[in-house]
Design a protein. Structure first.
Length: 307
């Protein structure tokens, strides 16, 4: 599914049902039916402002609700970083594909002297995939229909050990690193790793492979560089624990300052909350979040009131 960030609200709702319930409900022309949708989903979305901000929240930059994002087993951020060696390889591949395509089209219309089928095949070789797409589709179809791998004791121990290791990072009043949903994702990915080998058993190599992949994924989307820990709430709810804590303290400060009126000067709130060790910029972001989400309003300039 391409351009997922541009999906209509109704389409996103239908996709959420398909990913959560593994089925799609259809009601048309007086007929109501439920169809299974057990399949793999590869989705791509672009950031709202054209470029991805590595320091911003994922859900704020992609027009997708956290409830839908959290349904994906893996999420990777593909950034366009200048790198001479890679950029040169991409440029050469694009130009070779274009030149070869024009050569074939021209040769078909007006045969070019000295250009033979062998020469064209030689020119096509660098731009053609190593595995024929038709063969690859057949391989995947065969693996899905005929391979149903079972988890070996060694692989089970490795997966559970990794899950418990991440859960063990958590301390009281600290972010939750992972949830049971990530353990389910580990099992599904391990099954896929075994299937691609046409194996009936998920062994240790499969477990190690998926642990490496999931770890790389979590470091991109759920890693908090300040605390050095994972915070899966950044994906599941769209709000990190740090932001939730700041918002909670801001609300308490407004109640303490404003009393029953539940309103206070924004400057007073910023001073009170920053005095508890929170950076002033983070406090301002928390106030903006309250106003944006409708939990507070600004009845007049410089005054904030809880709703």
């Amino acid at each position: 599914v391409d351009e997922m960030d541009k999906m209509e609200k109704g389409d996103r709702s239908a996709l959420h049902e398909a990913m959560e319930q593994q089925s799609i409900s259809v009601a048309k022309a007086g007929i109501t039916a439920t169809m299974k949708s057990r399949c793999a989903l590869l989705g791509a979305a672009n950031p709202k402002y054209g470029r991805f901000d590595m320091f911003g929240d994922l859900s704020d930059q992609i027009n997708m609700p956290p409830s839908l994002l959290s349904r994906f087993d893996l999420i990777f951020i593909m950034t366009d970083q200048p790198e001479q060696k890679r950029d040169l390889a991409i440029a050469e591949h694009i130009l070779k594909a274009h030149i070869t395509g024009e050569l074939i089209a021209q040769h078909k219309k007006t045969p070019i002297p000295g250009v033979t089928d062998e020469y064209i095949a030689q020119q096509l070789k660098p731009v053609m995939p190593d595995i024929d797409p038709g063969l690859f589709r057949k391989y995947v179809a065969y693996a899905k229909r005929n391979c149903f791998p079972m988890v070996s004791d060694e692989a089970k121990e490795a997966l559970v050990s990794y899950y418990l290791k991440l859960r063990g990072i958590a301390e009281p009043n600290k972010p939750v690193p992972v949830t049971a949903r990530q353990l389910e994702a580990l099992v599904r990915l391990a099954e896929a790793s075994a299937r691609i080998r046409l194996s009936s058993t998920i062994d240790t190599s499969d477990a190690e492979r998926v642990i490496h992949i999931v770890d790389a994924c979590l470091r991109q989307i759920a890693y908090d560089a300040k605390t050095g820990t994972f915070d899966i709430d950044k994906v599941v709810t769209g709000i990190s624990k740090e932001k939730r804590d700041i918002v909670r303290v801001i609300k308490d400060a407004i109640r303490d300052i404003g009393g029953e009126g539940r309103r206070a000067s924004i400057d007073q709130v910023i001073d009170a909350v920053s005095g508890k060790g929170f950076p002033r910029e983070k406090v301002k972001e928390g106030i903006d979040m309250l106003l944006r989400h409708g939990e507070a309003m600004e009845p007049k300039s410089g005054i904030i009131q809880l709703i």
